[in-house]
Design a protein around this ligand. Structure first.
Ligand code: G3D
Length: 219
């Protein structure tokens, strides 16, 4: 999976441009699991993210950095301090955690409303699709009120951090959204993606089924 991921990015980003991604989500959403799955190709024993972890990855002449921001309540207010220059935000949601979906909606609303993310691509990973009773992508889209979002291009991708299912598909979407970006200014922070054109009404979402993620997106 890791190698496939690297190849994918190398193909889609054939330049020295560094893309900046922030990875956010409540604690226990599965951010660390997903990060390691994509990086190493295997799941690892995880520990709650403390503060902020930065992954700098490079492959051939492409480079990108992933800012994994801690999800505990006391750390969430600091997320916005990392948004400047961000090309894409990746939000990981524990789809079994219905009790906290209101908190997720509030945090996603704040993210979408932040000025520095006005032009960023927003990928939502509907994680833990392997678990019985997990919200599927369509249900999560509704729960987060994403259908009303026109400011950013967004996409909800069902996935399973443990197996890696759905992860590359989600990152493919991100890559397509940011691939047209100009080279980063020398010594500067890479600019965010140009604001997406107002999105058409999304097509009816396919029913979400575990293991066969049904993406719901505007693009
Ligand atoms: P965080 O970094 O967002 O805080 P972690 O979350 O990556 O530490 O994951 C929290 C727990 O969820 C871990 O379990 C991890 O194995 C589990 N998890 C992550 N993704 C999935 C998934 O897709 N399916 C299932 N079933 N579990 C997942 P533990 O038991 O180590 O706390």
């Amino acid at each position: 999976m890791g190698q496939l991921f690297s190849s994918l990015w190398a193909t889609l980003f054939p330049s020295s441009r560094t893309y900046r991604l922030v990875l956010v989500g409540l604690d226990n959403a599965g951010k660390t699991t997903i990060l390691y799955r994509l990086h190493l190709g295997q799941a690892v024993e995880t520990h709650p993210t403390v503060g902020c972890n930065v992954e700098s990855w490079s492959h051939r002449n492409l480079a990108f950095e992933v800012w994994d921001l801690g999800g505990q309540a006391n750390l969430r207010p600091s997320w916005a301090t990392y948004y400047r220059g961000t090309d894409a935000a990746v939000v990981v949601v524990d789809c079994t955690d219905r009790a906290r979906i209101g908190i997720v909606k509030s945090e996603v609303g704040a993210l979408l409303g932040h000025e520095h993310l006005a032009g960023a691509a927003v990928l939502v990973f509907a994680n833990k699709q392997d678990c019985a009773g997990a919200m599927g992508p369509a249900e999560l889209t509704t729960a987060l009120g994403l259908d009303a979002v026109r400011r950013q291009a967004w996409h909800v991708q069902g996935c399973c951090g443990l197996t890696g299912e759905g992860l590359v598909e989600g990152l493919e979407w991100v890559s397509q959204r940011v691939a047209h970006l100009p080279p980063a200014p020398v010594g500067g922070v890479a600019p965010a993606v140009a604001p997406a054109a107002p999105a058409p009404a999304p097509a009816a979402a396919a029913p979400a089924t575990a293991g066969t993620p049904a993406p719901t997106s505007t693009a």
